[in-house]
Design a protein around this ligand. Structure first.
Ligand code: PMP
Length: 373
């Protein structure tokens, strides 16, 4: 039997393992930071209508510039920025500042293809999203991991010191961070922008779940042509199955992404579904507060049980003080609850679910702790 080892694969891919969060058929799935709520019926109906309208035209390639989707994303973000208030001269986002692709993973891969590649370096502060190094190295660029502080935070001084030491071409900042959950102050991003001549990617996949006081890096865009803010419809919009991520940056930076994207990368079906969802943004985002309430409930209960809980601006929590994380992960799975063992000593990560799912998790974890304190 031929194995991968027998094929003339690139040397730098030999021995690597693919991204692989377990996809198990378990009653309560709280492991990949999805939105727990189904797409509401009226939004399903609107998506069906939009899909129907494009079906007969599927003999043609889709709009390469996803013009309508871009306008709708710009409208959504203009609302976000207006709500952030007074911190920026950018009062609205123009469609030329928008990019979109099949999930923010693909957006990130476009950014690294354009600004990374062989001979270049990207740097990130870990623990963080495990795909950043995988996306980087798949373009032939080198990856540098710099440890976050002991409390998983990142301060401007250490971030700048790391950049001065490694002089990366791309810096990844994830805020709110995955898997730790916490957002980062805007001063850190500003300090990083000032310290590097490279591209700064701010991955804001979870920004809609942030606590009051969180200010988006979107507010920094007008003065920073090397900044790109990446976001997604997979989390707050409950749209992970569609695969729609987007980025905002100076139009010149967006032009660079056009050089590396495959022609017609966003199908008509994807564009039509995403447009329908954006037309119903308020309904879809209506569940954000419910998830935040469940997150805060989990946080309080886990703290009462004696775990340390990392402050979260996301739809998930990282909790610590676990003697054997893999054993707890397995016991929860045995109880029908799938959480994530993120490979950080003493810690696990769990999504906020619906109220019922969250209750199932909390009851299971309480029973396990009582049984085996
Ligand atoms: N960024 C971060 C920080 C994430 O956690 C994820 C998904 N877990 C992504 C990007 C990618 O999400 P998607 O491709 O679904 O937009």
């Amino acid at each position: 039997m031929t194995t991968l080892e027998d094929l003339p694969i690139r040397d730098d891919l030999r021995g690597r393992t693919p991204y692989g969060a377990p996809q198990l058929d378990v009653p309560v799935q709280l492991n990949v930071n999805e939105n727990a709520f189904d797409v509401p019926e009226d939004v399903v109906a609107a998506i069906e209508k939009n899909l129907h309208a494009v079906l007969a035209g599927l003999n043609r390639y889709p709009d390469r510039e996803f013009t309508v989707l871009r306008e709708k994303l710009a409208d959504y973000l203009s609302g976000v920025l207006t709500r952030q208030g007074g911190t920026s001269s950018l009062r609205a986002v123009e469609p030329e500042w928008l990019w979109a692709a099949n999930g923010s993973n693909e957006v990130l891969s476009h950014i690294v293809q354009a600004f990374g590649g062989p001979g270049r370096t990207a740097l990130g502060f870990v623990p963080s999203y495990s795909m950043h190094p995988l996306i980087t190295t798949s373009t032939g660029a080198a990856w540098v991991s710099v440890d976050r502080n002991a409390d998983f935070g990142l301060d401007a001084r250490s971030a700048v010191a790391a950049i001065e030491e490694h002089r990366p071409d791309i810096v990844f900042l994830t805020t709110p961070n995955n898997p730790t959950g916490t957002g980062m102050p805007l001063e850190v991003i500003e300090a990083v922008l000032a310290a590097t001549a490279g591209i700064v990617v701010v991955d804001e996949a979870y920004a809609e779940f942030a606590r009051d006081g969180y200010v988006s890096a979107l507010t920094l865009l007008p003065d920073n042509p090397r900044l790109v803010v990446s976001r997604t419809m997979s989390k707050a919009f409950a749209f992970a199955g569609v695969r729609l991520g987007y980025a905002v940056a100076h139009p010149a930076l967006i032009d660079a992404l056009r050089l590396v994207r495959l022609p017609y990368h966003l199908s008509d079906l994807t564009q039509a579904a995403a447009c329908a969802a954006l037309d119903h943004a308020e309904v879809l985002l209506g569940n954000v507060d419910r998830l935040v309430a469940q997150r805060d409930r989990m946080s309080a209960t886990l703290a009462d049980l004696g775990f340390s809980v990392v402050p979260s601006d996301s739809n998930f929590l990282m909790f610590g003080g676990i003697r054997d994380p893999h054993a707890l992960w397995q016991s929860l799975l045995d109880a029908g609850v799938l959480v994530r063992d993120i490979g950080i000593a003493g810690h696990l990560r769990v999504n906020a679910g619906t109220e019922e799912e969250t209750t199932a998790f909390l009851e299971a974890v309480t029973a396990i702790v009582r049984r085996d304190p």
